[in-house]
Design a protein around this ligand. Structure first.
Ligand code: UDP
Ligand code: MG
Length: 318
């Protein structure tokens, strides 16, 4: 049987402090697997420089030269965000005809020594192997709780993504071919891979602290990832809006009748100014919230309809 070609996909944004060690460790893992005849000697590392402003790309070009193309890469024309970097990594690396692809963060917070385990599961027939982190002890207070809430909300809304799977995963070339038919701009990869079906398996790993540099995600970018994850996979929030609207009109209808009865039969119309003010404030609040939810979907449509390129590649190293 022919050995599978493995491509390790690594998105990087300003990772000059990490990338030396990362390259060294990933190369070591590749060479070891090649020696044991687990993977083909054509296996490679594929960096996606997501518009870094530091020397990340210079380093990628250097590794590519030094390793004779064992390290390859592309550079985006600007920052497009981590999801598009991973997507581009999969699509572009597929031009080198790999058989399986593993995406991993450039800071190697995700335990890279588990890579052989992913390969074993792939060889046992899994087309998608999801890395699941065992706990969140290395996360800050804010991230830990918002992440847990996010997975809970997603599952409540009917998007059955796997809890605590961040984009450390193996996919087969067949899965990447299927991914090519998804043309949406706002990609939430965890949702897409879940949607694709195929044989899945899991690898459990510990998350380490970041060795160098700092996180490239801000609370705002995490929130925007969460919103696009929800709005691109679930229309339940829109249904909730409809339901709230229906419920509110029903309640006001009943209130109207009771006010009518008060006035005509009981003759005890209360001044009730405060109640009215509170009710108006509450109802306008809900209305604005509902409009906001609809606007989120409209915003998604707006971006999708334009169908602009999802990313632009400025340079290549191979
Ligand atoms: N990243 C990226 N583009 C971005 C933000 C992050 O390519 O706009 C990369 C980053 O270089 C890293 C991975 O995505 O390889 C995960 O980012 P980070 O480690 O900063 O996130 P955290 O682990 O703190 O969630
Ligand atoms: Mg990290």
């Amino acid at each position: 049987m022919e050995l599978p070609v493995l491509a390790i996909i690594v998105p990087c944004l300003n990772e000059e402090e990490c990338i030396d060690l990362t390259t060294e460790k990933l190369l070591e893992i590749l060479l070891n697997l090649e020696k044991k005849e687990e993977i083909s000697k054509r296996s490679f590392i594929f960096y996606i420089d997501d518009g870094s402003s530091d020397s990340t790309w210079k380093l990628v070009e250097k590794y590519s030269l030094e390793t004779n193309g064992k390290v390859k890469g592309i550079r985006f024309s600007r920052n497009y965000g981590n999801q598009k970097a991973i997507l581009a990594g999969l699509l572009e690396a597929s031009t080198y005809n790999a058989d399986c692809y593993i995406s991993i963060d450039a800071d190697l917070q995700q335990d890279e020594t588990k890579i052989p385990e992913f390969i074993h599961k792939y060889k046992d027939g899994a087309q998608i192997v999801l890395g699941i982190r065992k706990d969140r002890s290395t996360d800050g207070f804010f991230k830990r709780y918002t992440a847990v809430a996010f997975y809970k909300i997603m599952n409540l809304l009917g998007v059955k993504i796997k809890t605590n799977h961040s984009d450390y995963r193996l996919v087969s070339s067949q899965v990447v071919e299927a991914l090519k038919n998804f043309h949406e701009i706002n990609l939430f990869l965890r949702g897409i891979f879940n949607d694709l079906g195929f044989n899945k398996d899991y690898v459990y790993f510990d998350v380490k602290a970041r060795k160098a540099g700092k996180t490239k995600f801000t609370p705002i970018s995490l929130l925007s990832l969460a919103i696009s994850g929800i709005t691109s996979f679930s229309i339940v929030p829109l249904r909730i809006v409809t339901f709230i609207g229906f419920l509110m009109s029903f309640v006001s209808f009943i209130l109207g009748i009771s006010a009518f009865i008060d006035k005509l039969i009981r003759h005890n119309a209360v001044p009730g100014w405060a109640t009215i003010v509170v009710a108006i404030g509450f109802i306008s609040g809900i209305q604005i919230l509902c409009m906001g939810i609809i606007a989120e979907y409209l915003g998604q449509l707006f971006q999708e309809v334009k169908a602009r390129p999802r990313y632009i590649i400025e340079k290549k190293a191979s």
